[in-house]
Design a protein around this ligand. Structure first.
Ligand code: IMP
Length: 431
């Protein structure tokens, strides 16, 4: 049995990771988020109460866990403090269990201004949470890190310099009005820092010393990874397993003690712009959206919906070297007469079997589908393979055989206890 677990999104985000992390984290002592920021929206239902977490690791809802906001994240301090306080107000103690990396970069108000400005000039369909601009500043070496805030003079200088830079960019390059007050931005940042100061530390050191089991929680999904996804229609971090080492500061070898699992819906969705070969722009897509309640947890935007894209999913299996897949929302397909999954793409008379880098190709690729007879019976709340209709089992077996990776679990509804393990299929090494 491997000690740690990495849980990733296998698609374009919104696979239902929140619920899965929540239920699995009962067996782990620390839960880590290591990339992205408040663009994520992880929804969990506990005892009928709904929680949506944006910045905190989802496993923090279990009172025995430590939650780590690791160095690869970009942190909006306003939202972080608000999220912690809101959980505290709902009776979940967080302050004494959360640790924030002193190397994490901040999302500042001017990053959100730039996010909107860039979106007006060339639409990616971002969450407008300032994520891309914050990573731009990080890699452009003008970011502000949590550790900078220990020194108020230094923080003031950095904020002043960045505000001037953004003002020039907005007014001189983009000819847009700009208004942010230096004193206000500085004061608010320092007020927030005061609240989190005692909880900031070198989280890499902490994890290296920690003897317990750790669950690493990916945000977004592999197809939104800045390197392996549908660039430039991606998020600005490595949302696949590639981001683990840089995002935590832990050496790659550390993860040889981890199982790698990823979550996939039984169909596909994405929000924002970008190629989506199996998208259904007709009433079937509409039906998936309504039945699956496919509206963004962070922005409320309707999600684009389509059939399962096995070419993209196999890409995720390979990039992440997955040991197991968890399937969610099979029940959304319950009353379809026919269900489909793409097994390759067709482009200019050629059959494409591996997910390509080229956007031009992806935009024009036509999926080659395998068709399945619909089961037209409810699978919601099923507790074992024996309760699934034969056609649904056939669909899952096909997915497993195509991917050459075992399905380890099926989630059968939004609540913590609506799932079951796949005992009969190959996977033995369950946690
Ligand atoms: P950003 O991460 O806000 O810059 O947005 C870049 C792209 O990633 C957009 O298409 C967003 O819709 C998408 N995205 C970001 N976070 C999530 C998420 O948590 N779920 C699904 N899509 C996301």
């Amino acid at each position: 049995m491997k000690k740690h677990l990495v849980l990733l999104g296998a698609q374009w985000g919104d696979e239902g990771k929140g619920k899965i992390v929540d239920l699995l984290s009962a067996d782990f002592e620390a839960v880590v988020r290591y990339q992205g920021g408040s663009n994520a929206g992880h929804t969990v239902v506990v005892n009928g109460e709904k929680f949506i977490l944006h910045l905190l690791p989802t496993g923090i809802l279990h009172p025995h866990t430590f939650g780590i906001v690791a160095q690869g994240m970009v942190v909006d301090l306003d939202l972080l403090v608000e999220e912690i306080e809101s959980l505290e107000n709902r009776g979940i103690k967080v302050w004494d269990r959360i640790l924030i990396s002193d190397r994490a970069h901040l999302v500042m108000p001017y990053h959100k201004i730039l996010d909107s400005l860039f979106e007006r000039r060339g639409k990616i369909g971002t969450t407008l949470r300032g994520i891309g601009p914050s990573y731009m500043f990080k890699y452009g070496r003008r970011g502000i890190r949590v550790s900078d805030l220990e020194d108020p003079d230094r923080s003031y200088r950095l904020i002043k310099d960045n505000l001037g830079f953004v003002q020039d960019l907005c007014e001189k390059v983009y000819c847009e009005n700009y208004s942010l007050n230096l004193e206000e931005v500085f004061e608010k940042t320092m007020q927030n820092y005061k609240k989190i100061k005692d909880r900031t530390t070198d989280t890499t050191r902490w994890l290296l010393d920690f003897k317990g089991r750790v669950l690493f929680e990916g945000a977004q999904g592999t197809m939104l990874d800045v390197d392996m996804g549908t660039y430039p229609y991606v998020t600005s971090s490595n949302a696949s397993a590639l981001g683990l080492s840089s995002g935590t500061g832990l050496p790659p070898k550390y993860f040889s003690h981890a199982n790698f699992w990823a979550v996939s819906k039984a169909y596909t969705t994405r929000v924002g712009e970008g190629p989506f070969p199996t998208e259904l722009k007709d009433e079937l897509g509409e039906k998936l959206r309504e039945r699956g309640k496919e509206y963004g947890a962070t922005t409320g935007r309707p999600r684009r919906c389509g059939w399962l894209d096995l070419v993209a999913l196999r890409h995720a299996v390979e990039v992440n070297a997955l040991d197991g897949i968890i399937i969610t929302k099979l029940d959304v397909l319950d009353f379809f007469e026919e269900v489909k999954a793409s097994v390759a793409y067709q482009y200019e008379g050629k059959v494409i079997e591996h997910f390509p880098a080229s956007l031009s190709l992806l935009e024009r690729a036509k999926p080659i589908y395998k068709s399945f007879k619909g089961w037209q019976k409810s699978t919601k709340g099923a507790k074992s393979l024996g309760e699934l209709p034969e056609e649904a089992l056939g669909y899952l077996e096909f997915i497993q055989n195509y991917l050459q990776v075992p399905i380890v679990m099926l989630s059968t509804g939004p609540a913590r206890d609506e799932f079951f393990w796949f005992e009969k299929l190959a996977y033995q090494e369950r946690i």
